[in-house]
Design a protein around this ligand. Structure first.
Ligand code: ADP
Ligand code: DP6
Ligand code: CO
Length: 357
């Protein structure tokens, strides 16, 4: 029997409060603006990925996602494989006794326990898990920062899932993308009472993928340029301050306004992109009603490229926010389900994933 080498890992979803939307370099996945997200607990949404390699495997690399075979010949997946193999190769070159794993075909088996391609950041958890599983398999000493640089090339948002807590992605300036990496703004323990309620309006695959949607926006929207050059840089600072100061009103206001700004550029795209639906808009109204009743911002909605809502709130407002949402929308037609009653921002995503691996 030929040898088989194997390693598994899990990776969390992250939901941006300042959205990445637009590439200045589609090949390297370099963004037109920096972004900031909260990494969610893996107890509700997560990707589990096993990477294995063997000289006995058929000659090409394979990827099985939720039981169905995926194309791995795309430039994005290839870039991840190539970078990770090069790092492994340097270990093999330095130590002749190290098994020559870099020359073996890879077999990746991955499962998402939440809807794929529905605007719940499956590409983020998916590519973070893929990169870390292979890094574990190859026993690479790579830091989360270096892995974030590689995962970014698989899917931009994936770079932020390498860190827990409150995470930024610096757009960077270098033409080779070396400085376009994720960084931790604050660990979850800094502001541990943050919660996220995930409302699944539709688990269906979106009509327009994030990759193609943002390309069309960059090419056609006239709102987009001012968003990338002025609005987002200002809000990045406001958001970092809100997290540092644990100022939920500021955090919530900027979160909602940035989600609105992102979806406005989608509508301003030609042909227009509609990620929100009537159910999404009903969720926005419920948040508005909650905040009006409270006399301040205690709940904040945000929507990625899909109709599903993520509502951020603080633990102390659990009843007023999650409780009211259940009453208002829980039974209503259109909501396929609810997940993550009180999903915590997990500060130890990386450590936890390592321990579970
Ligand atoms: P989402 O809003 O879910 O991130 P995207 O349009 O950004 O949607 O990306 C969806 C694509 O990401 C999928 O079609 C698939 O190619 C890729 N993807 C999702 N999950 C995984 C995974 N676990 N492993 C590898 N690739 C994945
Ligand atoms: C709206 O990271 O999925 O979720 O880099 O083309 O794979 P690709 O796009 P992706 O885009 C995410 C867009 C977003 C905002 C965000 O997560 O920052
Ligand atoms: Co995505």
């Amino acid at each position: 029997m030929a040898e088989i080498h194997r390693a598994s890992t899990t990776a969390p979803v992250n939901i941006a409060v300042i959205k990445y939307w637009g590439k200045r370099d589609p090949k390297l996945n370099l963004p037109t603006n920096s972004s900031l997200s909260v990494t969610l607990s893996q107890s509700d949404l997560r990707t589990h990925t096993t990477a294995s390699c063997s000289p006995a495997y058929p000659s090409s690399d394979t990827l099985l996602l939720n039981g169905s075979s995926q194309d791995v010949t795309g430039a994005r997946t290839q870039a991840c494989f190539r970078e990770l193999r090069a790092l492994r190769k340097s270990i093999e070159d330095a130590d002749s006794s190290a098994p020559k794993l870099s020359s073996y075909p890879l077999k990746i088996v991955s499962e998402n326990n939440f809807p794929t391609a529905a605007g719940l950041a499956s590409s983020a958890a998916g590519f973070a898990a893929l990169v870390r599983a292979i890094a574990n398999l190859y026993e690479l000493p790579a830091s989360p920062t270096e892995l974030s640089r590689i995962a970014r090339q698989g899917s931009g948002s994936a770079c932020r899932s390498l860190f827990g807590g409150y995470v930024g992605w610096e757009q960077g300036a270098a033409a080779d993308g070396s400085d376009s990496v994720a960084f931790q703004v604050a660990p979850a323990s800094h502001w541990p009472d943050m919660r996220a309620l995930i409302l699944v309006a539709s688990a269906a695959k979106k009509d327009v993928s994030s990759t193609s949607g943002m390309q069309t926006t960059v090419a056609t929207s006239s709102l987009f340029a001012s968003r990338a050059a002025e609005t987002v840089p200002r809000r990045m600072k406001e958001m970092q301050n809100a997290v540092q100061d644990k100022d939920f009103e500021a955090f919530g206001k900027v979160t909602m306004m940035d989600s609105n700004s992102f979806h406005a550029t989608c509508l301003d795209t030609y042909p227009p992109i509609f990620y929100l639906n009537d159910t999404s808009r009903a969720a926005i109204k419920v948040v508005e009603a909650i905040n009006t009743a409270a006399g301040k911002i205690i709940a904040a909605y945000t929507f990625d490229a899909g109709p599903n809502a993520v509502i951020y709130y603080l633990e102390e407002n659990e009843k007023k926010v999650a409780g009211l949402f259940k009453a208002a929308l829980g039974e209503k037609d259109g909501w396929a389900g609810q997940r993550g009653d009180a999903v915590e921002a997990n500060g130890d995503a990386l450590e936890k994933a390592k321990a579970e691996a």
